[in-house]
Design a protein around this ligand. Structure first.
Ligand SMILES: Nc1ncnc2c1ncn2[C@@H]1O[C@H](COP(=O)(O)OP(=O)(O)OP(=O)(O)O)[C@@H](O)[C@H]1O
Length: 300
């Protein structure tokens, strides 16, 4: 495969023996999530909107899968269905073989907006779910401290959310979600509001946490580099109607590091994702730029 600059890249489907073995093992693991011919139609005054059309895929235990696609392709609808906040019009969505029919502690949620309780300290935010489940204060506190240790925030246990940076707030949100010991962590653009440097740090943190915790992750992002860097597989949704375009096995070996962003394997997947997501220039609508200057202005 040749890039526009003439550099030869391997095919994104080529896998080293090491990577191939990893995927063989991954596919042997039990399926945590099964999405079977799921469709979601919204009835609106302007007619039916097919937000998801016959989507099928599986996620295996301890897999990290990202979902990408153009704006409006149904990513948020999908994650809301998985969270139990929305239902399917037809098809099935199973978690550990059981139909999802509402929110539950078996799914942890981390969103882009910071969703911590501002009136509770960091530690009490993390303890919240455990206390709701009836765990005693002392045991919830010691577990919360362990989760804070995993996300590197022990020193901030007694701080309030407004005293934390955006990245730290998201680390608390991750600790709080994991403290409920979910079967799957659902993350909807969790780093979308962070600056580039903090975002890169958070990606590294998340990989480190995922390495140490037995949890499956479904991660929605618009950022192709982020999807490739973090994921075992990337699910590409197409729009109009929304469907699974391709599920790509990322051939980049683990452990992952920022230096891999320019590896041939990484770039070959990125090139494929760009082909799937961005239309060629010839198919794009020409944007008419309105004139904002007064006649006679010398702006050229
Ligand atoms: N409650 C609703 N009622 C009517 N239409 C809806 C509703 N929710 C979503 N849609 C429509 O379903 C389609 C998919 O929306 P969704 O928000 O899931 O896409 P998305 O991929 O998450 O978009 P973005 O990347 O911009 O967040 C869109 O056409 C949207 O307008």
């Amino acid at each position: 495969m040749n890039t526009s600059s003439g550099i030869h890249l391997p095919s994104y489907t080529e896998q080293s023996e090491l990577v191939k073995n990893r995927f063989d093992q991954l596919k042997q693991r039990p399926k945590v999530l099964e999405v079977k011919s799921a469709s979601r139609v919204f009835s609106t005054p302007k007619g039916d909107v097919h937000a998801l059309d016959n989507i099928s895929f599986n996620v295996h235990r301890r897999e990290f899968i990202s979902v990408i696609g153009q704006s409006g392709c149904g990513k948020s609808t999908l994650i809301r269905i998985l969270a139990g906040l929305e239902s399917v019009t037809s098809g099935q969505v199973l978690l550990d073989g059981k139909q999802i029919d509402g929110p539950g502690p078996d799914r942890g949620m981390v969103f882009q907006g910071y969703t911590l309780f501002p009136w509770l300290t960091v530690k009490k935010n993390v303890m919240f779910g455990m206390k709701m489940r009836g765990e005693s204060g002392t045991s919830a506190e010691s577990e919360a401290m362990q989760w804070l240790d995993i996300v590197g925030l022990t020193r901030f246990a007694n701080a309030y959310p407004h005293e934390l940076s955006g990245g730290m707030k998201q680390r608390v949100a991750i600790a709080r979600a994991l403290a409920n010991q979910p079967r799957i962590l659902l993350m909807d653009e969790p780093f979308g509001a962070l600056d580039a440097q903090t975002r890169a740090q958070m990606q590294a943190y998340l990989l480190e946490i995922w390495k140490n915790v037995d949890v499956t992750v479904l991660f929605i992002t618009h950022d192709l580099d982020e999807a490739i860097y973090l994921s075992d597989r990337v699910l590409v949704l197409g729009a109009n109607p929304s469907c699974v375009q391709e599920v790509i096995e990322v051939p980049v070996p683990h452990p992952r590091g920022p230096e891999q962003f320019i590896s041939p394997e990484f770039l070959s997947v990125k090139q494929r994702l760009e082909e799937l997501i961005y239309k060629p220039a010839s198919e794009q609508k020409r944007v008419v730029i309105p004139r904002m200057t007064a006649v006679g202005d010398d702006v050229y």
